[in-house]
Unconditional design. Sequence first.
Length: 49
Amino acid sequence: MVSMKEELDDETRYALVQYRLQRAKQTLAEVPVLREQNFLSTMILFLQR
């Protein structure tokens, strides 16, 4: 794993950004389900990631 102090090449940086965006979209997609099930504390924790 690359530490944050090391510089990433463009390809690796792009892949990392794409991965993080994908995870963010997945997290946001789960919010309505959590809200419907009254898991408000879980929903808040997910949004704080």
